[in-house]
Design a protein around this ligand. Structure first.
Ligand code: SF4
Length: 421
């Protein structure tokens, strides 16, 4: 059986697709790169925005047009909250909520070995994702993910360590991902924590650099802070901490009760004070129902004050099954657009200033590969840099960063090109 895989959404979805691919391949299926060459398509869906869902539906129609005999299985988050719309799409044979490799095997008519809990390979490249937990116990009013993925469920530490050892042998960097990784370990007995997990990984997996995917600022505990400062070549000095709003009033309306403007600020400032290089990013929602200009100003001033090096700015996206739609009518699109543009301009300015400041400094760079005539690299503080394309480079190296007039950064490997690890 020839199977075509396609993933919409986040790193957790991308990881889940690889788990399903591994299960199908161990049952004899062959992965193919194009729907034309496939008997079955497995689509992993996302429900974060209705735009993303619409893209997925048109994609399913498109591959059916290209290969009318194709049998399509749609799994993942949008499938989990489907009201029958996905099931009615052409070529769709099964709609499976969440990601269960055994259910996909059954849906495509394959008998499989017991599902291997360890992902043994990840698409070629310098970086790999490892999912450490799934689900979330919170109920943010704008979010459909909890409905789609259920409660917080942590993978056992030893299983994650075994997987990271296998993948770390082929990838310079492993990104620890999930739905709410800051709550890792709270659902197990005895309870553990993200900090304890990262420490176990650094102790038991040689050489690999670990990076945290999205983590709530106030869930970065003292143990993690110590690892950020004590093991800079093993835990990337980068935090992507969803902010969503700088207004405590809006945070309460969003149901984000575990932090305030002040606690978010103090945690980020504490990290910035301890880390010589520090990549700080955040997700921000603009135009949440009832957002006033004072609320927006509170967000702007927090962003102005904190050392952000990039931002992801999202106009509020109404989710049919999210409770936020009962919080008032959507805001005027032109107001939302203007506020989003203002935040993006602030982000661009801060990002450019940070790159300039990094000029002349040293970086720990994982070489990502060649694309469009340049060699790309990723620094510990999440900067995209390039190397002169006329040479070969070790997969990871310390390098001097040179700031160019166009605002980009060029990396010059340290003279002895010593490998970092
Ligand atoms: S923390 Fe909030 S936004 Fe994040 S997954 Fe949980 S409910 Fe959704």
């Amino acid at each position: 059986m020839r199977v075509y895989f396609h993933t919409f959404g986040c790193k957790t979805n991308q990881y889940d697709t690889e788990v399903v691919r591994q299960a199908l391949e161990s049952a004899g299926a062959v992965s193919v790169e194009a729907p034309e060459h496939a008997d079955v398509a497995v689509i992993n869906s996302c429900t974060v925005t209705h735009v993303g869902e619409a893209k997925m539906r048109s994609f399913v129609r498109r591959i059916h047009r290209r290969q009318p005999k194709l049998q399509t299985v749609v799994m993942g988050c949008a499938a989990a909250v489907d009201n029958g719309t996905i099931a009615g799409l052409p070529g769709v044979r099964s709609v499976l909520g969440g990601v269960d490799p055994a259910a996909v095997l059954n849906a495509v008519g394959l008998e499989g070995e017991p599902i291997d809990p360890i992902l043994r390979s990840f698409p070629r490249g310098a970086r790999a994702w490892v999912k450490i937990q799934d689900g979330c116990d919170e109920h943010c009013t704008f979010c459909a993910t909890t409905v789609a993925r259920g409660a917080n469920r942590s993978r056992p530490v030893e299983e994650i360590v075994r997987e990271a050892r296998v993948l770390g042998a082929h990838h310079q960097e492993i990104v620890l991902t999930g739905v709410h990784i800051g709550t890792y370990g709270r659902d197990v007995r005895p309870a553990t924590s993200l900090g304890e997990l990262v420490e176990a990984l650094i102790t038991n997996v040689a050489g690999t650099r670990f990076r945290l995917s999205s983590v709530e600022a106030t869930e970065v505990d003292e143990r993690l802070m110590e690892l950020f400062t004590g093991a800079p070549d093993r835990l990337a000095s980068h935090l992507h901490a969803p902010l969503q709003s700088g207004s405590d009033r809006v945070l309460r309306r969003m149901g984000r009760h575990w932090y305030t403007n002040a606690s978010y600020r103090s945690r980020c400032e504490a990290l910035a004070a301890r880390l010589p290089t520090f990549g700080l990013g955040a997700d921000v929602i603009v135009g949440f129902p009832g957002e006033t200009s004072e609320d927006h100003r509170a967000t702007c001033s927090l962003i102005e004050d904190l050392p952000f090096t990039y931002l992801h700015v999202f106009p509020y996206s109404e989710r049919p099954d999210a409770s936020s739609q009962r919080l008032g009518p959507p805001m005027q699109p032109d107001v939302v657009a203007a506020r989003a543009a203002e935040l993006r301009a602030m982000a661009d300015h801060k990002a450019a200033a940070y790159r300039e400041q990094r000029g002349g400094g040293m970086a720990d760079v994982v070489v990502l590969g060649r694309s469009r005539g340049r060699v790309r690299g990723l620094t510990e503080d999440f900067l995209d840099v390039s190397f002169p394309a006329d040479r070969r480079y070790p997969p990871r190296c310390r390098a001097t960063l040179h700031h160019r007039a166009d605002g980009s950064l060029v990396a010059e490997p340290a003279a002895n090109r010593e490998q970092v690890a």
